[in-house]
Write a protein that binds this ligand. Structure first.
Ligand code: CA
Length: 369
């Protein structure tokens, strides 16, 4: 459309708006609504990778269930099961694929063993932040690729919130140079762990409930977890001297819901849309909740004065970035789908970074102190 036509059309629309509004009265009108089948009720089960009612992440599963029930007038009820209540946490993907449960909730990077491409829909060290990743998913083709990756498993994915930038972790050793990572025993999963190993450290797997005592007894020198809110509740300020930032390994971890594809597609169209709308609402809610709680708990940690807040140096981050790229290449290997997703992810990240540089970054650097 030419600029002139665009302006003309815009002005007509603006002029017409009050007339349209004034003709709408707030009255309940009965319609045929042929797509709404009210006599059929659906009962679904949602399995999650989180302990029951786990702060923010488990709460999001409960909220989605509540909102879907309200929006559908009780026609779709989703009962949420915490990790281990119906199936063990890391069997959620398989359980929904096989229809043992109709829906699941987790983080896509848990399923890299099923499809290495899954990592790009969760968190890539030095990757996109929450805002950029959401843009790629919603308007940049990311969600379509995600659907393609889950389709062979008879699954359909939905956005399930984002943590925002996490913290770099709790350390009992100072990290001033790359050499300080040598021999460092740190609980850090995924690609971040692979990068640490390339730097000479030891990436350890420690169950959530054992991290505190392992850190206290020096079995591990460091651990990452989430951010101030979750980390404080784990008691880490009592057993670690330094709290490093930023969380280079998880710069905006995307969470997910997924449903048995054939079961979802058999739902009436309005119920399908209700699930989609609830998922998008969770995407907004979770980031807000993380930002609110993390800000409160960071302040608490600072005021209690037991921990020193530190920042990784640029040479340390630059080197970890190089190791991360090697680890990504090894993970995606010769998997054509993973390579296709990687290409799209990186192309979008490059464009988004150039835009962020003159907007977000300029604002943070020059204005927000
Ligand atoms: Ca983490």
């Amino acid at each position: 459309m030419k600029r002139k036509d665009f302006l003309k059309k815009g002005l007509i629309a603006a002029a017409a708006t009050p007339a349209i509004l004034s003709s709408c009265k707030n009255e309940a009108v009965e319609t045929d609504a042929p797509n709404i089948i009210t006599n059929k009720k659906y009962k679904w089960r949602m399995v999650t990778t989180w302990p029951p009612n786990f702060p923010v992440l488990g709460e999001a599963a409960n909220l989605l269930s509540e909102w879907v029930s309200k929006m559908s007038g009780g026609r779709l009820e989703i009962k949420v099961y915490g990790a281990g209540e119906l199936v063990p946490p890391f069997e959620a993907f398989e359980a929904v694929a096989q229809g043992i449960a109709e829906m699941g909730c987790g983080a896509p990077y848990y399923w890299v063993g099923k499809s290495p491409a899954a990592v790009f829909f969760a968190a890539v060290p030095f990757g996109m932040n929450a805002q950029q990743l959401t843009a790629w998913m919603v308007s940049g083709g990311g969600l379509e690729l995600w659907k393609e990756v889950y389709e062979p498993f008879n699954l359909i994915p939905f956005l399930g919130g984002n943590s925002g930038v996490q913290m770099g972790g709790w350390f009992n050793k100072e990290i001033n140079t790359v050499d300080d990572l040598k021999g460092l025993k740190m609980r850090i999963p995924g690609l971040g762990g692979k990068a640490l190993e390339k730097a000479g450290g030891a990436a350890m797997t420690v169950a959530g409930g054992e991290i505190y005592t392992n850190l206290e007894r020096g079995v591990i020198d460091a651990t990452e977890w989430v951010g101030p809110y979750h980390d404080y509740k784990m008691g880490f300020p009592k057993v670690a001297k330094y709290y490093y930032n930023p969380g280079w390994h998880e710069v905006g971890t995307q969470l997910e819901f997924f449903a048995t594809k054939s079961t979802y597609e058999a739902l009436p169209p309005d119920l399908q849309e209700i699930i989609l709308s609830a998922s998008m609402r969770i995407q907004t809610w979770m980031l807000a909740e993380f930002d609110v709680q993390n800000a409160i708990y960071l302040q608490k940690i600072i005021e209690e004065g037991k921990t020193e807040i530190r920042q990784f140096s640029k040479p340390v981050l630059d080197q970890l970035k190089i190791y991360t790229e090697e680890a990504i290449q090894e993970l995606i290997g010769s998997d054509p789908l993973a390579n296709k997703v990687y290409k799209s992810y990186r192309a979008f990240q490059t464009k988004a970074a150039a835009w962020s540089k003159v907007t977000e970054q300029a604002y943070y650097d020059k204005v927000m102190r």
